[in-house]
Design a protein around this ligand. Structure first.
Ligand code: NAP
Length: 115
């Protein structure tokens, strides 16, 4: 079954894109950390647009996150035809205000995982 995979779908732009794609009839795989928010989005879109919406809670700052998402798609036999690499954020303020681990986590989410 053809799916659109949207990262960062629990809120903001990702949630809006999920709605747009659901409206066009796409089934969805919604990825982010917040399980409750993801489930609420999935339920809302399934009811409104009669599509199938799966959720996967993953912290994309973890190095194995991309493989976890790939494995889930394989296990569920999902044919992903659209990938929306939306999850991300920016640390604000002075660079030195943050521990190197915080910079690494952001790079992992914004660059490594989506690549
Ligand atoms: N809004 C703007 O003006 C703007 C401008 C330029 C670029 N962008 C980029 O556009 C994208 C969406 O922006 P937005 O304004 O919609 O942001 P947002 O409302 O803060 O939403 C960010 C999304 O990314 C997810 N996310 C963050 N860290 C994550 C992690 N470690 N693992 C998995 N998911 C994670 C969040 O879900 P959880 O918290 O549930 O994990 C959430 O669903 C971001 O990449 C942002 O940098 C936005």
């Amino acid at each position: 079954m053809t799916y659109a995979l949207i990262t960062g779908a629990s809120k903001g732009i990702g949630k809006c894109i999920a709605r747009e794609l659901a409206q066009k009839g796409y089934n969805l795989l919604l990825v982010a950390r917040s399980t409750d928010l993801l489930q609420a989005v999935a339920q809302e879109l399934e009811q409104e647009f009669a599509i199938k919406a799966l959720v996967l809670s993953v912290d994309m700052s973890h190095p194995e996150a991309a493989q976890t998402i790939f494995n889930f798609c394989e296990q569920q036999h999902l044919a992903v035809s659209i990938l929306v690499n939306n999850a991300g954020y920016g640390l604000s303020g002075k660079f030195e205000k943050y521990a190197s681990s915080a910079h690494e986590a952001m790079l992992q989410v914004n660059i490594m995982c989506l690549t």
